[in-house]
Design a protein around this ligand. Sequence first.
Ligand SMILES: Cc1cc2nc3c(=O)[nH]c(=O)nc-3n(C[C@H](O)[C@H](O)[C@H](O)COP(=O)(O)OP(=O)(O)OC[C@H]3O[C@@H](n4cnc5c(N)ncnc54)[C@H](O)[C@@H]3O)c2cc1C
Ligand SMILES: NC(=O)C1=CN([C@@H]2O[C@H](COP(=O)(O)OP(=O)(O)OC[C@H]3O[C@@H](n4cnc5c(N)ncnc54)[C@H](O)[C@@H]3O)[C@@H](O)[C@H]2O)C=CC1
Length: 446
Amino acid sequence: SPLVKTVTNFKQVSKTLEEFDIEEQPSSVLEEKYPNLKVLQSAVKLLRAKEHLLQAENGQTFHYKKLCICSGARPKLLTQDNPHVLGIRDTDSAQEFQKRLSKAKRIVVIGNGGIALELVYEVEGCEVIWAVKDKAIGNTFFDAGAAQFLIPSLEADKKERSLPCKRARYTTDKTGAGHSGASGELGSALGPDWHEGIELRGTVQNSSGVHVEYECEVDTIYTQQEFLQSQLNTKKSELGLWPAYVQLTNGKIYGCDFVVSATGVVPNTDPFLTGNNFELAGDHGLRVGDHMRTSEQDVYAAGDVCTTGWEPSALWQQMRLWTQARQMGWYAARCMAADVLEEPIELDFCFELFSHITKFFSYKVVLLGKFNAQGLGQDHELLVRCTKGQEYVKVVLTGGRMVGAVLIGETDLEETFENLILNQMDLSRYGEELLNPNIDIEDYFD
Ligand SMILES: Cc1cc2nc3c(=O)[nH]c(=O)nc-3n(C[C@H](O)[C@H](O)[C@H](O)COP(=O)(O)OP(=O)(O)OC[C@H]3O[C@@H](n4cnc5c(N)ncnc54)[C@H](O)[C@@H]3O)c2cc1C
Ligand SMILES: NC(=O)C1=CN([C@@H]2O[C@H](COP(=O)(O)OP(=O)(O)OC[C@H]3O[C@@H](n4cnc5c(N)ncnc54)[C@H](O)[C@@H]3O)[C@@H](O)[C@H]2O)C=CC1
Protein backbone atom coordinates (compact mmCIF):
# COMPACT_ATOMS: atom_id res chain seq x y z
CA SER A 1 0.00 0.00 0.00
CA PRO A 2 1.26 3.57 -0.62
CA LEU A 3 0.08 4.36 2.93
CA VAL A 4 1.54 3.00 6.12
CA LYS A 5 -0.10 2.98 9.53
CA THR A 6 1.66 5.26 12.01
CA VAL A 7 1.14 5.62 15.73
CA THR A 8 0.56 9.27 16.68
CA ASN A 9 -0.30 11.10 19.94
CA PHE A 10 1.14 8.22 21.96
CA LYS A 11 0.24 8.54 25.67
CA GLN A 12 1.61 6.31 28.43
CA VAL A 13 -1.57 6.38 30.55
CA SER A 14 0.00 4.34 33.36
CA LYS A 15 2.80 1.77 33.83
CA THR A 16 1.26 -0.62 31.28
CA LEU A 17 -1.76 1.21 29.83
CA GLU A 18 -1.15 3.25 26.73
CA GLU A 19 -3.36 5.17 24.34
CA PHE A 20 -2.50 6.34 20.85
CA ASP A 21 -4.01 7.43 17.59
CA ILE A 22 -3.45 5.48 14.44
CA GLU A 23 -3.04 7.42 11.26
CA GLU A 24 -2.47 6.22 7.72
CA GLN A 25 0.26 8.38 6.23
CA PRO A 26 2.30 8.25 3.02
CA SER A 27 5.39 6.12 3.65
CA SER A 28 7.53 9.16 2.79
CA VAL A 29 6.52 10.61 6.17
CA LEU A 30 8.36 7.78 7.91
CA GLU A 31 11.36 7.90 5.56
CA GLU A 32 11.82 11.61 6.28
CA LYS A 33 11.57 10.96 10.01
CA TYR A 34 14.01 7.99 9.98
CA PRO A 35 16.83 8.47 7.43
CA ASN A 36 17.91 4.82 7.77
CA LEU A 37 14.44 3.62 6.72
CA LYS A 38 13.48 2.73 3.15
CA VAL A 39 9.87 1.68 2.41
CA LEU A 40 9.35 -0.59 -0.62
CA GLN A 41 5.82 -1.09 -1.84
CA SER A 42 5.69 -4.70 -2.94
CA ALA A 43 4.25 -7.95 -1.57
CA VAL A 44 6.82 -10.55 -0.52
CA LYS A 45 6.19 -13.72 -2.49
CA LEU A 46 8.99 -15.99 -1.30
CA LEU A 47 11.46 -16.31 1.56
CA ARG A 48 14.57 -18.47 1.38
CA ALA A 49 15.63 -18.27 5.02
CA LYS A 50 18.78 -20.42 4.69
CA GLU A 51 20.08 -18.02 2.03
CA HIS A 52 18.78 -14.96 3.91
CA LEU A 53 16.90 -14.00 0.76
CA LEU A 54 13.47 -12.45 0.09
CA GLN A 55 11.68 -12.28 -3.24
CA ALA A 56 8.99 -9.64 -3.93
CA GLU A 57 6.12 -9.90 -6.39
CA ASN A 58 7.79 -7.29 -8.61
CA GLY A 59 10.68 -9.73 -9.08
CA GLN A 60 13.07 -7.78 -6.80
CA THR A 61 15.15 -9.88 -4.42
CA PHE A 62 16.61 -8.70 -1.14
CA HIS A 63 19.36 -10.10 1.04
CA TYR A 64 19.02 -9.44 4.75
CA LYS A 65 21.13 -9.85 7.89
CA LYS A 66 18.10 -9.87 10.21
CA LEU A 67 14.46 -10.11 9.09
CA CYS A 68 11.29 -9.36 11.08
CA ILE A 69 8.01 -10.69 9.65
CA CYS A 70 5.02 -8.49 10.58
CA SER A 71 2.50 -9.63 7.96
CA GLY A 72 -0.48 -9.57 10.30
CA ALA A 73 -3.52 -11.80 9.95
CA ARG A 74 -6.62 -12.09 7.77
CA PRO A 75 -10.28 -12.77 8.61
CA LYS A 76 -11.03 -16.44 9.27
CA LEU A 77 -14.15 -16.41 7.08
CA LEU A 78 -17.04 -18.83 7.63
CA THR A 79 -16.87 -19.74 3.96
CA GLN A 80 -14.33 -18.67 1.34
CA ASP A 81 -15.32 -17.02 -1.95
CA ASN A 82 -19.00 -16.62 -1.04
CA PRO A 83 -20.14 -13.23 -2.45
CA HIS A 84 -22.71 -13.01 0.33
CA VAL A 85 -20.15 -13.41 3.14
CA LEU A 86 -17.95 -10.40 4.05
CA GLY A 87 -14.94 -10.17 6.36
CA ILE A 88 -13.60 -6.87 7.66
CA ARG A 89 -9.85 -6.32 7.94
CA ASP A 90 -8.56 -3.26 6.14
CA THR A 91 -9.58 -0.10 4.33
CA ASP A 92 -10.75 -1.95 1.23
CA SER A 93 -12.96 -4.37 3.16
CA ALA A 94 -14.37 -1.58 5.34
CA GLN A 95 -15.30 0.43 2.25
CA GLU A 96 -16.83 -2.65 0.61
CA PHE A 97 -18.86 -3.20 3.78
CA GLN A 98 -19.97 0.45 3.84
CA LYS A 99 -21.00 0.27 0.17
CA ARG A 100 -22.99 -2.95 0.57
CA LEU A 101 -24.56 -1.71 3.80
CA SER A 102 -25.82 1.51 2.15
CA LYS A 103 -28.24 -0.63 0.08
CA ALA A 104 -29.07 -3.15 2.82
CA LYS A 105 -32.27 -3.63 4.83
CA ARG A 106 -31.05 -6.55 6.95
CA ILE A 107 -27.62 -8.10 7.64
CA VAL A 108 -26.62 -11.15 9.69
CA VAL A 109 -23.49 -10.83 11.88
CA ILE A 110 -21.75 -14.04 12.96
CA GLY A 111 -19.19 -13.92 15.77
CA ASN A 112 -19.09 -12.50 19.27
CA GLY A 113 -15.78 -10.63 19.53
CA GLY A 114 -14.29 -7.24 18.87
CA ILE A 115 -15.58 -6.62 15.35
CA ALA A 116 -19.12 -7.90 16.04
CA LEU A 117 -19.37 -5.77 19.20
CA GLU A 118 -18.31 -2.64 17.33
CA LEU A 119 -20.38 -3.36 14.26
CA VAL A 120 -23.75 -4.09 15.85
CA TYR A 121 -23.43 -0.87 17.81
CA GLU A 122 -22.36 1.36 14.93
CA VAL A 123 -24.66 0.15 12.16
CA GLU A 124 -27.79 2.29 11.77
CA GLY A 125 -30.77 2.21 9.44
CA CYS A 126 -30.52 -1.53 8.91
CA GLU A 127 -31.85 -4.50 10.85
CA VAL A 128 -29.08 -6.64 12.38
CA ILE A 129 -29.47 -10.33 13.23
CA TRP A 130 -26.53 -11.14 15.51
CA ALA A 131 -25.84 -14.87 16.01
CA VAL A 132 -23.46 -15.81 18.82
CA LYS A 133 -22.24 -19.23 19.99
CA ASP A 134 -22.39 -18.14 23.62
CA LYS A 135 -24.97 -17.45 26.33
CA ALA A 136 -24.01 -13.74 26.42
CA ILE A 137 -22.63 -11.11 24.03
CA GLY A 138 -18.92 -10.16 23.80
CA ASN A 139 -17.46 -13.43 25.08
CA THR A 140 -13.89 -12.65 23.99
CA PHE A 141 -13.86 -9.56 26.22
CA PHE A 142 -16.71 -9.83 28.72
CA ASP A 143 -18.52 -12.12 31.12
CA ALA A 144 -22.30 -12.40 31.30
CA GLY A 145 -22.51 -9.63 33.93
CA ALA A 146 -20.78 -7.09 31.72
CA ALA A 147 -22.89 -8.26 28.78
CA GLN A 148 -26.03 -7.55 30.82
CA PHE A 149 -24.71 -4.07 31.58
CA LEU A 150 -24.05 -3.35 27.89
CA ILE A 151 -27.18 -4.84 26.29
CA PRO A 152 -29.50 -1.85 27.06
CA SER A 153 -27.11 0.37 25.05
CA LEU A 154 -28.07 -1.57 21.94
CA GLU A 155 -31.57 -0.24 22.26
CA ALA A 156 -30.79 3.22 23.71
CA ASP A 157 -30.49 6.18 21.39
CA LYS A 158 -26.76 6.22 20.59
CA LYS A 159 -26.45 9.95 20.25
CA GLU A 160 -27.02 10.34 24.04
CA ARG A 161 -24.01 8.21 24.73
CA SER A 162 -21.33 9.28 22.33
CA LEU A 163 -18.18 9.84 24.37
CA PRO A 164 -15.89 12.85 23.73
CA CYS A 165 -12.79 10.63 23.81
CA LYS A 166 -11.63 9.78 20.34
CA ARG A 167 -8.62 7.52 20.16
CA ALA A 168 -7.79 7.14 16.57
CA ARG A 169 -8.20 9.31 13.53
CA TYR A 170 -8.94 6.76 10.87
CA THR A 171 -8.43 8.15 7.38
CA THR A 172 -9.75 6.14 4.47
CA ASP A 173 -7.34 6.05 1.60
CA LYS A 174 -8.54 8.96 -0.56
CA THR A 175 -6.13 8.16 -3.36
CA GLY A 176 -8.37 5.20 -4.19
CA ALA A 177 -5.13 3.31 -4.70
CA GLY A 178 -6.68 0.93 -2.22
CA HIS A 179 -4.68 -1.55 -0.32
CA SER A 180 -4.88 -4.82 -2.09
CA GLY A 181 -1.77 -5.48 -4.12
CA ALA A 182 -1.84 -7.12 -7.53
CA SER A 183 -2.76 -10.46 -6.03
CA GLY A 184 -5.33 -8.91 -3.70
CA GLU A 185 -3.17 -8.87 -0.56
CA LEU A 186 -4.92 -7.49 2.44
CA GLY A 187 -3.93 -4.08 3.72
CA SER A 188 -3.10 -3.50 7.35
CA ALA A 189 -5.83 -4.16 9.87
CA LEU A 190 -8.10 -1.24 10.58
CA GLY A 191 -7.47 -0.85 14.28
CA PRO A 192 -9.27 1.33 16.84
CA ASP A 193 -12.24 3.47 15.78
CA TRP A 194 -12.10 2.15 12.20
CA HIS A 195 -15.82 2.88 12.00
CA GLU A 196 -15.39 6.59 12.90
CA GLY A 197 -14.05 7.30 9.42
CA ILE A 198 -16.99 5.83 7.54
CA GLU A 199 -20.78 6.09 7.53
CA LEU A 200 -22.35 2.74 8.50
CA ARG A 201 -25.94 3.34 7.45
CA GLY A 202 -28.47 1.03 5.73
CA THR A 203 -31.69 1.91 3.90
CA VAL A 204 -34.30 1.39 6.61
CA GLN A 205 -35.32 4.50 8.60
CA ASN A 206 -36.32 3.41 12.09
CA SER A 207 -34.93 -0.11 11.59
CA SER A 208 -35.92 -2.63 14.24
CA GLY A 209 -32.37 -2.54 15.69
CA VAL A 210 -30.40 -5.57 16.72
CA HIS A 211 -31.86 -9.03 17.34
CA VAL A 212 -29.52 -11.47 19.13
CA GLU A 213 -29.72 -15.23 18.58
CA TYR A 214 -27.79 -16.90 21.43
CA GLU A 215 -25.99 -20.26 21.60
CA CYS A 216 -26.10 -20.99 17.90
CA GLU A 217 -23.86 -21.10 14.85
CA VAL A 218 -24.40 -21.05 11.09
CA ASP A 219 -25.72 -24.31 9.71
CA THR A 220 -26.04 -23.31 6.04
CA ILE A 221 -25.91 -20.13 3.95
CA TYR A 222 -28.14 -20.26 0.85
CA THR A 223 -28.13 -17.99 -2.17
CA GLN A 224 -31.61 -16.90 -3.26
CA GLN A 225 -31.54 -19.49 -6.05
CA GLU A 226 -30.42 -22.33 -3.76
CA PHE A 227 -33.13 -21.32 -1.27
CA LEU A 228 -35.89 -21.33 -3.95
CA GLN A 229 -34.72 -24.72 -5.24
CA SER A 230 -34.70 -26.29 -1.74
CA GLN A 231 -37.62 -27.56 0.33
CA LEU A 232 -37.27 -24.36 2.37
CA ASN A 233 -38.93 -22.43 -0.45
CA THR A 234 -42.29 -23.29 1.18
CA LYS A 235 -41.31 -20.62 3.71
CA LYS A 236 -40.81 -17.99 1.00
CA SER A 237 -43.96 -16.03 1.86
CA GLU A 238 -43.06 -16.06 5.59
CA LEU A 239 -39.36 -15.18 5.09
CA GLY A 240 -39.66 -12.84 2.08
CA LEU A 241 -37.35 -12.68 -0.93
CA TRP A 242 -33.68 -11.93 -0.03
CA PRO A 243 -30.31 -12.22 -1.80
CA ALA A 244 -29.18 -14.74 0.84
CA TYR A 245 -30.62 -16.91 3.63
CA VAL A 246 -28.86 -18.08 6.80
CA GLN A 247 -30.03 -21.24 8.53
CA LEU A 248 -28.81 -21.33 12.14
CA THR A 249 -28.11 -24.44 14.23
CA ASN A 250 -31.16 -23.56 16.37
CA GLY A 251 -33.31 -24.15 13.28
CA LYS A 252 -34.15 -20.50 12.63
CA ILE A 253 -33.76 -19.10 9.11
CA TYR A 254 -33.25 -15.43 8.25
CA GLY A 255 -33.22 -13.79 4.82
CA CYS A 256 -30.64 -11.01 4.54
CA ASP A 257 -28.74 -8.79 2.13
CA PHE A 258 -25.38 -10.23 3.26
CA VAL A 259 -23.55 -11.93 6.14
CA VAL A 260 -20.61 -10.44 8.11
CA SER A 261 -18.21 -13.13 9.29
CA ALA A 262 -16.62 -11.56 12.38
CA THR A 263 -15.19 -14.89 13.42
CA GLY A 264 -11.57 -14.19 14.24
CA VAL A 265 -8.34 -14.07 12.28
CA VAL A 266 -5.70 -16.40 10.84
CA PRO A 267 -2.03 -15.28 10.81
CA ASN A 268 -0.63 -14.45 7.34
CA THR A 269 2.24 -16.96 7.29
CA ASP A 270 1.66 -18.59 3.85
CA PRO A 271 4.19 -16.67 1.69
CA PHE A 272 6.98 -17.46 4.18
CA LEU A 273 6.55 -21.18 4.78
CA THR A 274 7.50 -22.89 1.49
CA GLY A 275 11.02 -24.36 1.70
CA ASN A 276 11.61 -23.09 5.26
CA ASN A 277 11.12 -24.82 8.58
CA PHE A 278 9.22 -22.39 10.73
CA GLU A 279 7.69 -23.77 13.89
CA LEU A 280 3.98 -22.88 13.86
CA ALA A 281 1.75 -22.66 16.94
CA GLY A 282 -1.70 -24.27 17.15
CA ASP A 283 -3.30 -21.06 15.83
CA HIS A 284 -0.96 -21.14 12.78
CA GLY A 285 1.10 -18.20 14.05
CA LEU A 286 4.90 -18.20 13.75
CA ARG A 287 6.05 -19.33 17.20
CA VAL A 288 8.51 -16.85 18.74
CA GLY A 289 10.74 -17.15 21.81
CA ASP A 290 11.31 -14.43 24.40
CA HIS A 291 13.57 -12.55 21.97
CA MET A 292 10.85 -12.61 19.28
CA ARG A 293 13.01 -15.03 17.25
CA THR A 294 11.31 -17.67 15.09
CA SER A 295 12.79 -21.16 14.56
CA GLU A 296 14.58 -19.87 11.43
CA GLN A 297 17.94 -18.24 12.20
CA ASP A 298 17.97 -14.39 12.02
CA VAL A 299 14.19 -14.32 11.37
CA TYR A 300 12.03 -12.55 13.96
CA ALA A 301 8.26 -12.00 13.97
CA ALA A 302 5.89 -9.56 15.69
CA GLY A 303 2.20 -8.66 15.76
CA ASP A 304 -0.77 -10.76 14.62
CA VAL A 305 1.43 -13.07 12.52
CA CYS A 306 3.23 -14.47 15.55
CA THR A 307 2.33 -16.58 18.56
CA THR A 308 4.33 -16.09 21.74
CA GLY A 309 6.06 -19.31 22.75
CA TRP A 310 7.62 -18.25 26.05
CA GLU A 311 6.17 -19.12 29.48
CA PRO A 312 3.94 -16.06 29.96
CA SER A 313 3.66 -14.07 33.17
CA ALA A 314 0.68 -15.24 35.27
CA LEU A 315 -0.97 -11.89 34.42
CA TRP A 316 -0.47 -11.72 30.66
CA GLN A 317 -1.99 -13.43 27.65
CA GLN A 318 -1.60 -12.78 23.94
CA MET A 319 -4.52 -11.18 22.12
CA ARG A 320 -4.23 -9.99 18.55
CA LEU A 321 -4.60 -6.26 19.25
CA TRP A 322 -2.96 -3.04 18.10
CA THR A 323 -1.70 -2.55 21.63
CA GLN A 324 0.28 -5.78 21.54
CA ALA A 325 1.33 -5.43 17.89
CA ARG A 326 2.93 -2.08 18.67
CA GLN A 327 4.64 -3.39 21.80
CA MET A 328 5.89 -6.51 19.99
CA GLY A 329 7.24 -4.52 17.04
CA TRP A 330 9.09 -2.17 19.35
CA TYR A 331 10.51 -5.02 21.45
CA ALA A 332 11.47 -7.12 18.39
CA ALA A 333 13.47 -4.18 17.02
CA ARG A 334 15.34 -3.88 20.32
CA CYS A 335 16.02 -7.64 20.29
CA MET A 336 17.38 -7.50 16.73
CA ALA A 337 19.66 -4.58 17.62
CA ALA A 338 20.81 -6.29 20.85
CA ASP A 339 21.59 -9.47 18.89
CA VAL A 340 23.59 -7.56 16.27
CA LEU A 341 25.48 -5.78 19.07
CA GLU A 342 25.71 -9.08 21.01
CA GLU A 343 24.19 -7.39 24.06
CA PRO A 344 21.86 -9.09 26.59
CA ILE A 345 18.18 -8.03 26.67
CA GLU A 346 15.42 -8.72 29.21
CA LEU A 347 11.80 -9.61 28.28
CA ASP A 348 10.08 -6.24 28.17
CA PHE A 349 7.92 -5.07 31.08
CA CYS A 350 4.90 -4.72 28.74
CA PHE A 351 4.54 -8.52 28.81
CA GLU A 352 4.28 -8.48 32.62
CA LEU A 353 0.63 -7.46 32.77
CA PHE A 354 -2.05 -7.70 30.04
CA SER A 355 -3.62 -4.28 29.59
CA HIS A 356 -5.95 -2.91 26.92
CA ILE A 357 -7.95 0.28 26.60
CA THR A 358 -10.74 0.37 24.05
CA LYS A 359 -14.34 1.48 23.55
CA PHE A 360 -17.43 -0.71 23.15
CA PHE A 361 -21.00 0.62 22.82
CA SER A 362 -19.39 4.05 23.33
CA TYR A 363 -18.28 3.16 26.86
CA LYS A 364 -14.57 3.36 27.72
CA VAL A 365 -13.39 -0.19 28.47
CA VAL A 366 -10.19 -1.10 30.35
CA LEU A 367 -9.13 -4.74 30.60
CA LEU A 368 -6.34 -5.74 32.99
CA GLY A 369 -4.57 -9.04 33.66
CA LYS A 370 -6.76 -12.14 33.78
CA PHE A 371 -9.85 -9.98 33.19
CA ASN A 372 -12.04 -12.97 32.34
CA ALA A 373 -10.38 -15.26 34.93
CA GLN A 374 -8.60 -16.91 31.97
CA GLY A 375 -7.04 -20.23 33.06
CA LEU A 376 -7.98 -19.77 36.73
CA GLY A 377 -10.52 -22.64 36.81
CA GLN A 378 -12.66 -22.37 39.95
CA ASP A 379 -9.85 -21.00 42.06
CA HIS A 380 -10.88 -17.35 42.08
CA GLU A 381 -13.33 -14.88 43.54
CA LEU A 382 -15.17 -12.06 41.75
CA LEU A 383 -16.21 -8.70 43.12
CA VAL A 384 -18.62 -6.66 41.01
CA ARG A 385 -19.96 -3.12 41.27
CA CYS A 386 -22.50 -1.93 38.71
CA THR A 387 -24.35 1.36 38.28
CA LYS A 388 -26.82 0.95 35.41
CA GLY A 389 -25.87 3.05 32.44
CA GLN A 390 -22.85 4.47 34.29
CA GLU A 391 -20.19 1.90 35.18
CA TYR A 392 -19.46 -1.79 35.50
CA VAL A 393 -16.47 -2.75 37.66
CA LYS A 394 -15.40 -6.37 38.00
CA VAL A 395 -12.34 -7.52 39.96
CA VAL A 396 -10.86 -11.05 39.80
CA LEU A 397 -9.05 -12.23 42.96
CA THR A 398 -7.13 -15.41 43.73
CA GLY A 399 -5.86 -16.01 47.26
CA GLY A 400 -7.05 -12.51 48.20
CA ARG A 401 -4.82 -10.93 45.54
CA MET A 402 -6.14 -9.02 42.51
CA VAL A 403 -5.21 -10.73 39.23
CA GLY A 404 -7.61 -9.11 36.76
CA ALA A 405 -10.20 -6.38 36.24
CA VAL A 406 -12.84 -5.20 33.77
CA LEU A 407 -13.63 -1.46 34.00
CA ILE A 408 -16.49 -0.17 31.82
CA GLY A 409 -17.30 3.55 31.97
CA GLU A 410 -15.30 6.46 33.42
CA THR A 411 -14.31 4.65 36.64
CA ASP A 412 -10.81 6.25 37.02
CA LEU A 413 -9.78 3.03 38.77
CA GLU A 414 -7.37 1.70 36.14
CA GLU A 415 -4.15 3.05 37.67
CA THR A 416 -5.06 1.96 41.22
CA PHE A 417 -6.04 -1.51 40.08
CA GLU A 418 -2.96 -1.82 37.87
CA ASN A 419 -0.79 -1.12 40.95
CA LEU A 420 -2.76 -3.53 43.15
CA ILE A 421 -2.33 -6.23 40.51
CA LEU A 422 1.37 -5.54 39.97
CA ASN A 423 2.26 -5.39 43.69
CA GLN A 424 0.04 -8.44 44.48
CA MET A 425 -1.03 -6.91 47.79
CA ASP A 426 -3.20 -9.18 49.98
CA LEU A 427 -6.64 -7.55 49.85
CA SER A 428 -8.58 -10.26 51.68
CA ARG A 429 -9.13 -8.08 54.78
CA TYR A 430 -11.09 -5.54 52.71
CA GLY A 431 -13.59 -8.04 51.25
CA GLU A 432 -16.46 -6.32 49.41
CA GLU A 433 -15.44 -2.96 50.91
CA LEU A 434 -12.82 -2.92 48.18
CA LEU A 435 -15.53 -1.75 45.77
CA ASN A 436 -17.48 0.38 48.26
CA PRO A 437 -18.38 3.43 46.10
CA ASN A 438 -18.22 5.66 49.19
CA ILE A 439 -14.53 4.87 49.79
CA ASP A 440 -12.05 6.73 47.62
CA ILE A 441 -9.94 3.65 46.93
CA GLU A 442 -7.47 5.71 44.87
CA ASP A 443 -6.66 7.86 47.91
CA TYR A 444 -6.70 4.94 50.29
CA PHE A 445 -4.06 2.94 48.41
CA ASP A 446 -2.06 5.96 47.25
C1 LIG B 1 -12.06 -4.15 12.08
C2 LIG B 1 -10.93 -4.25 13.08
C3 LIG B 1 -10.96 -3.44 14.21
C4 LIG B 1 -9.92 -3.55 15.16
N1 LIG B 1 -9.98 -2.73 16.26
C5 LIG B 1 -8.98 -2.82 17.18
C6 LIG B 1 -8.99 -1.97 18.32
O1 LIG B 1 -9.91 -1.18 18.52
N2 LIG B 1 -7.96 -2.07 19.21
C7 LIG B 1 -6.93 -2.95 19.03
O2 LIG B 1 -6.01 -2.98 19.86
N3 LIG B 1 -6.89 -3.79 17.94
C8 LIG B 1 -7.89 -3.73 17.03
N4 LIG B 1 -7.86 -4.55 15.92
C9 LIG B 1 -6.75 -5.52 15.78
C10 LIG B 1 -5.53 -4.77 15.22
O3 LIG B 1 -5.92 -4.05 14.07
C11 LIG B 1 -4.45 -5.78 14.86
O4 LIG B 1 -4.15 -6.55 16.00
C12 LIG B 1 -3.17 -5.06 14.41
O5 LIG B 1 -3.43 -4.28 13.28
C13 LIG B 1 -2.09 -6.09 14.08
O6 LIG B 1 -0.98 -5.38 13.59
P1 LIG B 1 0.06 -6.11 12.63
O7 LIG B 1 1.05 -5.07 12.24
O8 LIG B 1 0.51 -7.38 13.24
O9 LIG B 1 -0.83 -6.54 11.35
P2 LIG B 1 -1.56 -5.60 10.29
O10 LIG B 1 -1.96 -4.31 10.92
O11 LIG B 1 -2.60 -6.46 9.66
O12 LIG B 1 -0.40 -5.26 9.21
C14 LIG B 1 0.12 -6.30 8.40
C15 LIG B 1 0.73 -5.63 7.15
O13 LIG B 1 1.49 -6.60 6.42
C16 LIG B 1 1.15 -6.50 5.06
N5 LIG B 1 1.42 -7.80 4.43
C17 LIG B 1 0.76 -8.99 4.62
N6 LIG B 1 1.31 -9.96 3.86
C18 LIG B 1 2.36 -9.38 3.19
C19 LIG B 1 3.33 -9.85 2.25
N7 LIG B 1 3.35 -11.10 1.83
N8 LIG B 1 4.24 -8.96 1.78
C20 LIG B 1 4.25 -7.66 2.19
N9 LIG B 1 3.37 -7.16 3.08
C21 LIG B 1 2.43 -8.01 3.57
C22 LIG B 1 -0.32 -6.12 5.05
O14 LIG B 1 -0.66 -5.50 3.83
C23 LIG B 1 -0.35 -5.10 6.22
O15 LIG B 1 0.02 -3.82 5.76
C24 LIG B 1 -8.87 -4.47 14.97
C25 LIG B 1 -8.85 -5.28 13.82
C26 LIG B 1 -9.87 -5.18 12.89
C27 LIG B 1 -9.82 -6.05 11.68
N1 LIG C 1 -11.85 -2.83 20.38
C1 LIG C 1 -11.02 -3.84 20.20
O1 LIG C 1 -10.12 -4.10 21.01
C2 LIG C 1 -11.17 -4.65 18.95
C3 LIG C 1 -10.26 -5.66 18.69
N2 LIG C 1 -10.39 -6.39 17.53
C4 LIG C 1 -9.42 -7.47 17.29
O2 LIG C 1 -9.33 -7.73 15.89
C5 LIG C 1 -9.27 -9.13 15.66
C6 LIG C 1 -10.42 -9.55 14.76
O3 LIG C 1 -11.65 -9.33 15.47
P1 LIG C 1 -12.78 -10.49 15.44
O4 LIG C 1 -12.88 -11.05 14.07
O5 LIG C 1 -13.99 -9.91 16.09
O6 LIG C 1 -12.12 -11.65 16.32
P2 LIG C 1 -12.38 -12.07 17.86
O7 LIG C 1 -11.34 -13.10 18.12
O8 LIG C 1 -12.46 -10.86 18.73
O9 LIG C 1 -13.84 -12.74 17.87
C7 LIG C 1 -14.12 -13.87 17.08
C8 LIG C 1 -15.48 -14.39 17.57
O10 LIG C 1 -16.01 -15.30 16.62
C9 LIG C 1 -16.42 -16.46 17.31
N3 LIG C 1 -16.33 -17.54 16.32
C10 LIG C 1 -15.20 -18.11 15.81
N4 LIG C 1 -15.54 -19.04 14.88
C11 LIG C 1 -16.91 -19.05 14.81
C12 LIG C 1 -17.88 -19.78 14.07
N5 LIG C 1 -17.50 -20.71 13.19
N6 LIG C 1 -19.19 -19.52 14.26
C13 LIG C 1 -19.59 -18.58 15.15
N7 LIG C 1 -18.73 -17.84 15.90
C14 LIG C 1 -17.41 -18.09 15.73
C15 LIG C 1 -15.48 -16.58 18.49
O11 LIG C 1 -16.07 -17.37 19.51
C16 LIG C 1 -15.38 -15.11 18.91
O12 LIG C 1 -16.50 -14.77 19.70
C17 LIG C 1 -9.27 -9.81 17.02
O13 LIG C 1 -7.93 -10.07 17.40
C18 LIG C 1 -9.87 -8.75 17.95
O14 LIG C 1 -9.33 -8.83 19.27
C19 LIG C 1 -11.39 -6.17 16.61
C20 LIG C 1 -12.28 -5.15 16.84
C21 LIG C 1 -12.25 -4.32 18.00
